[in-house]
Write a protein that binds this ligand. Structure first.
Ligand code: UTP
Length: 228
């Protein structure tokens, strides 16, 4: 691979942990990242079914979103530990804050983390990490292939979008906000952070790793680019 710009990749929990840990997926995904010739990279891992199981069990005892988020964060960190191990960085603690992540990236050129604090998802963590590291490219590997004009499950007339600006992306994201556990293509806060620092978000389906490889190599890929 040729030398490429530093980047952050946010991998959905639904890729790493769809119902159990998908070990083969983690192997394939981390092989690509290990061979990426890049100055610095950050990997942020979502909670997937692990988070959903714990949040659901917790909801039998409290309906408080703050505490549900707390247990969701713990689940993301368990998945992050698996990815960190697959990257050969097992002897480091999973950073719990962006500031701690910055310390680690000074030792290795790669940092792996999960969630940080309640109130957002790992989408926001990935964009904050990019902002703090001064990185302008985020790859969001998720369970949808593109951003759509509306929820395609509810509106058969919705259309896929190849390029969208922050404000339009924010409006679509906010429309599908229903509180903790919302089913948004990216959480709304992450889009505001991206907008204030002009960070490009390249969103694509996480299962198609050839497509991801094309994207990080600056080749054409299937997905949506969110930018100015
Ligand atoms: P995810 O980032 O995996 O969110 O965090 P998600 O949107 O539910 O899942 P996918 O990966 O896109 O399918 C799981 C949960 O952990 C909490 C939230 O409750 C979130 O829904 N969380 C995560 C936080 O509160 N703060 C964080 O920084 C990260």
């Amino acid at each position: 691979m040729n030398f490429m710009e530093s980047f952050i990749v946010s991998v959905g929990g639904s890729m790493v942990n769809p119902s159990n840990i998908d070990v083969q997926y983690v192997k394939n995904f981390t092989e690509i990242l290990k061979s990426a010739d890049v100055e610095r990279k950050g990997i942020v891992v979502g909670g997937g079914s692990n988070a959903r199981n714990y949040v659901q069990a917790m909801s039998a005892f409290t309906t408080n979103d703050y505490f549900q988020d707390e247990i969701g964060i713990m689940a993301t960190r368990m998945n992050a530990k698996i990815v960190q191990c697959a990257m050969g960085l097992t002897n480091y603690k999973i950073p719990e804050t962006i500031t701690d992540a910055l310390q680690l990236v000074r030792l290795e050129n790669t940092v792996v983390m999960g969630g940080s604090i309640p109130g957002h998802t790992t989408d926001t963590v990935s964009v904050l990490l990019a902002e703090a590291m001064g990185i302008k490219e985020v790859y969001n590997l998720t369970s949808v292939d593109m951003v759509y004009t509306d929820d395609p499950k509810k509106n058969p007339n919705s259309k896929p979008i190849q390029k969208i600006n922050y404000k339009e992306a924010f409006d679509i994201s906010l429309k599908s906000y229903t509180g903790a556990g919302s089913n948004q293509f990216m959480d709304s806060v992450s889009l505001l952070i991206a907008m204030r620092s002009n960070i490009t978000i390249n969103l694509m389906h996480g299962k198609d790793l050839e497509n991801f490889k094309n994207a990080i190599n600056g080749k054409k890929f299937k997905g949506t680019v969110i930018g100015l």
